[in-house]
Design a protein around this ligand. Structure first.
Ligand SMILES: *Cc1c(COP(=O)(O)O)cnc(C)c1O
Length: 550
């Protein structure tokens, strides 16, 4: 054990033995009769599948969660501790290192409010080093104010509420020059930023710790999970103080699902949307006169207005709650980035003309989960980019790219299926999700052509016609000369279009001739795409049916 850590730890914490729970003493109790923890052998009411295992205490530090988090954050498993939200992590740090009525922590206003609260609760002193006028942090000023005087320095990056980053070189300088303080970096919003994480400094500076949360980027605020990343020595020390079984069983089960490879793809896709929306909001609001919008690397914007309390009231009267941050920075408000619709309502409240946004965006997202497949399908009929396809089947990816490219729409598909068994489930479930997504994006079909057709194209010998009629019908004529294209069974092509036409509720006629199955299939996808491209085009404000609806 290092002398250094012992010197900065509260002596009673250093010498105490943590609570040893029934679960923590046994590495693996699966299959054993569990009469060790005074649990109740019966399931609670109601006895549904969801309460399975709820009569048992959870693992104190659930292994499956720890190893997923270690992989995501890029650290070793023994450098991870999970707690009930990052706020509890801060509280634990203060309780382990700070002697009440003697020690202090340091933070850099304007910043997150809980550092002060954690100190106040524990009777711990506070040293404040204000950010500069441009919200940057002066490392030398902080080091002079805190060196050998404070036990913990809390640094928030991207900073809440200002949205800017602390330069990683500044963090490193502080860690290097304050070796007798814990440098605790709060990265609650780091997933939204285009800048390096301080995690890369962990192995270089034993006094550095990084705090993470699933509340923001992973949309899990209601589950309450925060993470401490630190040296194993510090992790063990904090582990002595944390409550015996901090993470409830239902939360553990949900976290494992959310952090699965597919869950992460959904999260990352949503993060991408939020970042795009942040940029759009920044651009639009920068044009509004009388306010100043600060650049943000997080999922909110700080805005300087002429009178924050009246702006706040104005939003409230429109049913929108925002945060008045004037107590920390005069006449500022902080607005979270919401859905496209919510953001448009914010723009409108600022007097921005949003007509352009209300008519043009035809988008949809489908997340579909079955026992065999996990599918995410996102379409935007009014954008051509991005086209990102990953189904685990190379040939199929290529065909779907053709469909999006020649269909002229943005398409993201991520599918995780049992392709090791066969391709059937994945192809069918992608077809279902894609058809459904396109149908949802089309909405009431106002203004579209509805029909599209493509005559046989020389190189492909394929023809297609489409009527977005509201009724799924497929007429498919193709005699493939070979049953396989590489490892891809050609019969799945008809299957794909059958499920696709059914969910899109479209009449689709496809035919192809030729001597090469690969060319024929590619021709079919291209022809279908071009017909679709015509059919989904908006040309008027009318619904293209004499009945007034389709
Ligand atoms: C929201 C927030 C947290 C809280 O994280 P939880 O895991 O939900 O407790 C921590 N730090 C900052 C800067 C935040 O904005």
């Amino acid at each position: 054990m290092s002398n250094w850590l012992q010197q900065i730890t509260r002596p009673e914490i250093w010498s105490m033995k943590g609570y040893s729970s029934a679960r923590s003493e046994m590495a693996d109790f699966a299959g054993m009769i569990q009469l060790d923890a005074n649990e109740n052998p019966f399931l609670p009411y109601p006895m549904s599948k969801e309460v399975h295992q709820l009569n048992r205490y959870p693992e104190p530090q659930p292994k499956a969660v720890i190893s997923r988090l270690a992989a995501i954050y890029g650290v070793h498993k023994d450098q991870v501790l999970v707690a009930r939200g990052m706020d509890e992590v801060m509280d634990l740090l203060v309780r382990v290192f700070c002697i009440p009525y003697k020690d202090s922590i340091l933070f850099t206003p304007p910043t997150y409010g809980y550092y002060q609260v954690a100190a106040d609760i524990s009777g711990v002193g506070i040293v404040k080093v204000n950010l500069e006028d441009d919200f940057s942090l002066d490392a030398d000023k902080l080091i002079n104010a805190g060196r050998n005087k404070v036990k913990i320095v809390f640094l928030c990056t991207p900073n809440n509420p200002t949205g800017n980053m602390i330069d990683i070189a500044v963090i490193e300088k502080i860690a290097l020059n304050m070796p007798n303080s814990i440098i605790a970096v709060d990265e609650a919003y780091m997933e939204f930023a285009d800048a390096p994480s301080a995690v890369s400094l962990l192995n270089k500076y034993p006094n550095m710790v990084v705090m993470k949360t699933l509340s923001k980027a992973y949309a899990f605020a209601g589950v309450r999970v925060g993470t401490l990343l630190a040296s194993n020595e510090i992790i063990k020390l904090i582990g002595k103080v944390i409550a015996p079984y901090p993470i409830p069983v239902p939360s553990i089960n949900l976290i494992i699902q959310a952090l699965s490879p597919f869950g992460l793809e959904v999260a990352n896709s949503n993060i991408d949307v939020i970042k795009l929306e942040r940029e759009r909001m920044y651009q639009e609001l920068s044009k509004v006169s009388g306010i100043h919008v600060y650049k943000s690397q997080a999922n909110y914007l700080l805005i300087k207005v002429s009178e924050a309390s009246s702006v706040y009231q104005h939003f409230l009267s429109r049913g929108i709650i925002i945060r008045n941050r004037s107590r920390d920075i005069p006449n500022t408000i902080r607005i979270s980035i919401g859905t496209v619709l919510e953001n448009n309502l914010v723009l409108r409240a600022f007097g921005v003309d949003i007509k352009e946004y209300l008519v043009s965006e035809r988008t949809a997202v489908i997340v579909r989960k079955t026992n065999e497949t996990d599918i995410l399908a996102r379409v935007n009929l009014d954008k051509k980019e991005p086209v990102k396809i990953s189904t685990g089947i190379g040939f199929f990816d290529h065909m779907l790219e053709q469909l999006a490219k020649h269909g002229g729409f943005s398409l993201e598909i991520s599918a995780k299926g049992d392709t090791h068994i066969d391709y059937h489930h994945t192809v069918e479930d992608v077809a279902i999700s894609l058809g459904q997504a396109l149908k949802n994006a089309l909405g009431d079909k106002r203004g579209i052509n509805r029909y599209g057709f493509v005559l046989p194209m020389d190189e492909a010998n394929a023809a297609a016609s489409i009527d977005l009629s509201g009724r799924g019908v497929l007429v498919f004529k193709a005699n493939f000369p070979t049953p396989l294209i590489g490892e891809f069974p050609v019969e799945l092509v008809e299957h794909f279009f059958l499920s696709f036409s059914d969910k899109l509720e479209a009449a689709i006629h496809l035919s192809a001739t030729g001597g090469n199955a690969h060319h024929m299939v590619e021709g079919l996808f291209k022809a279908c795409a071009k017909a679709l491209n015509q059919a989904i085009k908006e040309t008027s404000d009318d619904i293209p049916s004499t009945k007034g609806s389709i």
